[in-house]
Ligand binder design. Structure first.
Ligand code: 5GP
Ligand code: MN
Length: 335
């Protein structure tokens, strides 16, 4: 595995010289950082006249649709053959905002078997050694921050314009939850400050992402907090379990539960929060903490997943009726 240094940049520059087709891929259930980092890179390579495209395994939620060029991202769930072709025929594949091929779900086989050279730009801890070049720093706010540094090191800074800056700022803003978490370093704010110099619409970007939900979603959050939130009090933990039936009742759309898992953390003594959403074939788990409690380790141990220390996710393949006691046991046994 390699981290960023002058040699890696020199190697990537010569690789780019010998290439024409670039495909950028990000993770399952793409978030603001996935779309922000992908579209930022996309715009730069487009300006550099590469034949560049973007793919994701599953659809992008509505509140991310205003991110520049996000409408050009091809989703495997809508166009599987197109995604396959773009990955198989690429000279270079950039993997942004994920640290293991398993994070692209059904596309992982196609990705790993593609003959393209793979370059990973990411910020999740414990990256797998699956790409030819791994540029990863778990100490930064977001993959978009890594992409920004990459753009500078590659000598592309003069290509940054308002749209590129908007994409990068979106990734910084969403992964830090508007600069609350993952933003302890001065560098993140230096970059945010620099991005403002491109005259981005800071307030508009915030409103498009965080103030863009439906009435159904708002009522759903009220129901969830009133009826569904439970506690493991001796472990300062809250958990919410939502069935498919409830999702249907509230006319649930993808992205509607974004933020639900964070809500219990605003309670004084709650340090850890867990959200379970019933899907067709598995239970999707989201985990958050606001202290030193390591939900990445918790997810790796009990929820077949991973992520960051304060934000992780995973999946369980058990019945919905079994999940409550599973969570209580996991929390009580985790050291
Ligand atoms: P979310 O709860 O928003 O789905 O995910 C929170 C964080 O955990 C994200 O940074 C995401 O990359 C990571 N994550 C979510 N689901 C999984 C998973 O199934 N496996 C791994 N390794 N990481 C996940
Ligand atoms: Mn990210």
């Amino acid at each position: 595995m390699k981290t960023i240094n002058n040699q890696i940049i020199t190697d990537i520059k010569s690789l780019l010289k010998a290439s024409t087709k670039i495909t950028i891929i990000s993770h399952y259930a793409p978030d603001g950082d996935a779309v922000g980092s992908s579209t930022a890179l996309y715009q730069i390579f487009k300006k550099e006249k590469f034949d560049v495209s973007m793919v994701v395994p599953s659809d992008i939620s509505k509140n991310l649709e205003k991110i520049p060029f996000s409408n050009e991202i091809v989703s495997f769930s809508k166009k599987p053959n197109k995604v396959k072709e773009l990955l198989q025929n690429a000279d270079i594949i950039f993997c942004t905002d994920f640290n293991a091929f398993s994070r692209v779900g059904d596309v992982s086989e196609i990705l790993s078997s593609s003959p393209a050279k793979k370059i990973m730009l990411d910020h999740h801890p414990q990256p797998e050694d699956c790409a030819d070049f791994v540029i990863s720093d778990p100490g930064v706010s977001s993959a978009s921050e890594i992409v920004y540094e990459f753009i500078l090191l590659m000598g592309y800074e003069q290509l940054i314009d308002k749209d590129v800056a908007t994409s990068i700022y979106t990734g910084l803003m969403t992964d830090t939850i508007n600069f609350t978490v993952n933003s302890e370093k001065q560098r993140t704010f230096e970059i945010a400050s620099k991005l403002l110099s491109y005259k981005i619409d800071k307030k508009g970007i915030y409103n498009n992402i965080f103030n863009n939900y439906s009435i159904d979603r708002m009522r759903f959050s009220g129901y969830v907090l009133y009826e569904k939130m439970k506690f493991i009090e001796n472990k300062n933990t809250a958990y919410i379990i939502i069935s498919k039936e409830e999702l249907d009742k509230f006319n649930f759309k993808s992205g509607d539960h974004d933020g639900f898992v964070n809500m219990p953390l605003s309670i004084k003594d709650i340090e850890t929060s867990i959200l379970v959403i019933e899907h067709e074939k598995y239970l999707k788990i989201s985990l958050r903490s606001k202290t030193n409690y390591d939900v990445n380790a918790l997810s790796r141990k009990y929820f077949n997943g991973g992520g960051h220390k304060n934000a992780s996710g995973g999946r369980l393949y058990i019945n919905l009726e079994e999940v409550e006691s599973y969570i209580i046991d996991a929390i009580n046994n985790f050291e």
